[in-house]
Design a protein around this ligand. Structure first.
Ligand code: NAD
Length: 476
């Protein structure tokens, strides 16, 4: 029996508390200790397996995401299945190169000798994923961990149960099930997993649970990568191309119904530009829906569940601002309309919580300097967007703020190029992945210095004479 198999793993009424978490972790660790995951060929085979799975089973994954949250196939393909197959294929292509020792130049004082950084696996990695991009956010960290030669245990989110079930069914068919396990489960299973010892924990989800993960990891001094959330602002400068800006901001809230960690959470704009910007965003939403609205629209994702729909209804109910577009919702359909709210109260829940839905507050500021202050008075964001035709303005905003990442004149796109490491800062997370940065995250970058014995400089050794000291002080 594959270690991820449970006799009833196809059954939606599965008793998740019956999963032998400690037993699975022990077996995966045994596999790791055997050295099986270290050869580059093994890593390449697993990455090939994941790409094959995404290509052959893509339609099943897309159907599962549609069942879980009404996600359009086009979005499931571009953000999860297709994007991921290309990303993992690129990791596969580069893994042999990334795993090679990296030669470093030595200073005079370390001569003669040769210096290397040798990437080696950390051991058994735990990946805990959220529901919003349920395939992408589980398999991309998993692929990085495999590329670095680790064994992996991955837990998908229980909120997207169909996708999680499919992952648990398919992953062991395409990769080595003795070294790579998917464990379905809820908070109880996640808690039990966190009681085990791992060599790296990669968590994606809310900042509150990130704190729980970090505290559990501290018990074993396990390194963590925390890919968290928060409010990602966008500043629209007076020089911005408003037609394109409006469309791109609207897309950031339309995609996955705004349930994206790097969705633009709110917009800062001067009074001079505000109304034209609002018109442009509104026109874009109308264009996207083909004038049919979003309820029952197959191109618009549902809110993931009732709890989140109710949460968003709460944000819509009490904010002190002016609703200039949308505002409707339907709990029975887990639907919230794309909504624009001008100047809500800064201390409303709408402006204090991460929105994670299709609601866009537009806040009037006097200048870019006020926008910078507004951003810097709050937690460090995962993403900060700036829209400006004037490049100096964009550079000034970047220079005077901090964020995990920034995209100028677009949203979300900065996570596409694999060579741009992705991650947060402060409350929005710690650590990076995508491309080689993911490989390095799951590696111990071991320093190795090789010294010849032909020459042995005695001046380092005692007795410490005045002559030796003089020489050393001159050369160091
Ligand atoms: P979620 O509720 O699915 O939780 C994420 C994972 O944590 C799940 O697997 C869940 O089982 C587990 N979990 C929940 N409570 C736990 C607990 N008490 N102890 C241990 N594990 C627990 O997802 P979510 O947290 O609602 O995800 C949304 C958040 O994730 C948003 O804040 C979003 O911004 C953030 N996010 C960040 C990124 C990123 O890359 N930085 C990507 C996606 C989502």
């Amino acid at each position: 029996m594959a270690i991820t198999d449970r006799p009833d793993s196809q059954d939606s009424d599965v008793d998740l508390t019956a999963v032998d978490v400690a037993g699975i972790v022990a077996r995966v660790r045994e596999t790791y200790q055997s050295g099986r995951t270290r050869p580059i060929e093994w890593r390449e085979e697993q990455l090939d397996g994941l790409v094959r799975m995404l290509k052959l089973e893509g339609p099943r994954f897309e159907a599962a995401m549609a069942a879980d949250m009404g996600k359009p196939a086009m979005e499931s393909f571009t953000t999860d299945v297709g994007f991921l197959a290309a990303e993992i294929a690129a990791v596969r292509k580069h893994v042999a190169k990334w795993a090679k020792p990296r030669k470093v130049r030595l200073p005079m004082t370390a001569m003669p000798g040769k210096g290397y950084i040798v990437p080696e696996p950390l051991g058994v990695a735990l990946v805990i994923a959220p529901w919003n991009y349920p395939v992408n956010l589980l398999l991309l960290p998993m692929a990085a961990a495999i590329a670095a030669g680790n064994a992996v245990i991955a837990k998908p989110s229980e909120l997207t149960g169909e996708t999680a079930k499919l992952m648990a069914e398919l992953v062991p068919r395409y990769v080595d099930p003795e070294a790579i396990a998917v464990i379905e489960g809820d908070v109880a299973v996640a808690t039990e997993l966190l009681e085990q010892r791992f060599d790296h924990i990669f968590y994606t989800g809310s900042s509150d649970v990130g704190r729980i993960v970090a505290a559990a990891a501290a018990r074993f001094l396990t390194p963590v990568t925390l890919e968290l959330g928060g409010k990602s602002p966008a500043f629209v400068d007076d020089s911005a191309n408003l037609e394109v800006t409006g469309r791109r901001l609207a897309w950031g809230k339309w995609l996955n119904a705004g349930q994206t960690c790097v969705a633009p959470d709110y917009v800062l704009v001067t009074e001079q530009t505000r109304d034209a910007l609002v018109d442009s965003i509104r026109a874009a939403f109308d264009e996207f829906s083909g004038g049919k609205g979003t309820r029952g629209n197959p191109d618009f994702t549902s809110i993931v569940n009732e709890r989140h729909t109710t949460r968003l209804q709460g944000l819509l109910a009490d904010h002190g601002g002016t609703v200039v577009f949308g505002g409707g919702s339907d709990l029975d359909a887990n639907h919230v309309e794309p909504t624009i709210i001008v100047d809500p109260d800064a201390d409303s829940d709408l402006m204090r919580q991460e929105i994670f839905g299709p609601i866009l507050p537009v806040i009037t500021v006097e200048s870019m300097h006020e926008a910078v202050e507004f951003v810097n008075d709050r937690e460090k964001p995962l993403a900060l967007y700036v829209f400006a035709e004037d490049d100096e303005t964009a550079d000034e905003l970047i220079a005077n703020t901090t964020a995990g990442g920034t995209c100028v004149n677009h949203v979300i796109q900065h996570l596409v190029p694999a060579d741009l490491p992705f991650g947060g800062v402060g409350e929005s997370g710690t650590g990076r992945y995508h491309g080689q940065s993911g490989f390095d995250t799951f590696s111990n970058l071991r320093s190795v210095l090789k010294k010849p014995t032909k020459m042995d400089l005695k001046m380092l050794y005692p007795p410490y004479t005045a002559k030796k000291e003089k020489l050393l002080r001159r050369f160091m």
